[in-house]
Design a protein around this ligand. Structure first.
Ligand code: G3P
Ligand code: CA
Length: 252
């Protein structure tokens, strides 16, 4: 009996952000409609300590507001339009709380890569809040924490070893699979230019997952499918899922 082998997973970067406003419920739901395997999202803390889903420390680029996220309460943030990058979209989008996204995740089987954006502002207590929410919604096995702040994900691991962590790497690192294993990470998320074939192959061989970001070019997607890379993070889930079809094969 032949079965499908495990394929490179497609993770929608900030949701389906090529076509819908990044880090909004619309972008996440459209990623599910596009048959992505998972979503990636970014979190910051509001003035009153709520975990909110937005990429930048500032509101200016993606919302109708101005200033730092950390200087506004959730109630104030919720009044903003989070869809300004796609003005033709009819439905109004707000900045989601992480809790809204987790509640929605209980209705499907997507994985969720939560990137803690605590490199500029430390957001004391962020890790504890996020872990509590994930446990409340029983989503520990479907979440991977990532961050450029590796101290933060190690802190996460110490608080909640049941939730996977993965360091983000913007530059090439010598033997990143060894480094990842040394901090108890089962995988790492490199910039795709910092993930040459030999590094991906050696990491997979060592049992360490590799999930490069942000992969939007077809040739790059093909390279990763051919290597049977664990996953990649893309703004274009429809394109990735379509391209992947030709790599689906039956197990002997
Ligand atoms: O998770 C990878 C990627 O999202 C990191 O960069 O700036 O898009 O959050 P950025
Ligand atoms: Ca991110």
């Amino acid at each position: 009996m032949g079965g499908l082998i495990v394929m490179t997973e497609v993770i929608a970067h900030r949701g389906y952000s090529a076509k819908f406003p990044e880090n909004t419920m619309k972008a996440f739901k459209e990623a599910e409609n596009a048959n992505a395997d998972g979503i990636e999202l970014d979190i910051q803390l509001s003035k009153d300590g709520e975990v909110v889903v937005i990429h930048d420390e500032k509101l200016n680029r993606t919302t109708s507001g101005k200033g730092y996220v950390k200087d506004f309460t959730l109630q104030e943030l919720k009044k903003l339009d989070a869809g300004i990058l796609f003005p033709d979209l009819k439905e109004k989008q707000t900045i989601p709380t992480l809790e809204e996204v987790l509640a929605w995740l209980t209705t499907n089987t997507l994985t969720c890569n939560i990137e803690l954006k605590n490199g500029v502002f430390r957001y004391q207590g962020m890790e504890e809040k996020v872990i509590q929410l994930i446990r409340d919604y029983s989503l520990s096995t479907r979440v991977v924490f990532s961050s450029f702040n590796h101290y933060s994900i190690v802190h996460c691991y110490r608080l909640a070893p049941e939730i996977e962590i993965a360091p983000l790497l913007s530059e090439g690192l010598y033997m990143p699979w060894v480094y990842s294993a040394s901090i108890q990470a089962k995988g790492f998320h490199p910039h795709y230019l910092a993930a040459p074939n030999e590094v991906i192959a050696a990491s997979l061989e060592a049992g360490i997952a590799v999930r490069p970001y942000t992969v939007n070019k077809e040739a790059e997607m093909e390279r990763l499918f051919q290597l049977e890379c664990s996953a990649f993070i893309t703004d274009q889930p429809t394109k990735a899922v379509e391209l992947r079809k030709k790599y689906k094969k039956d197990k002997a």
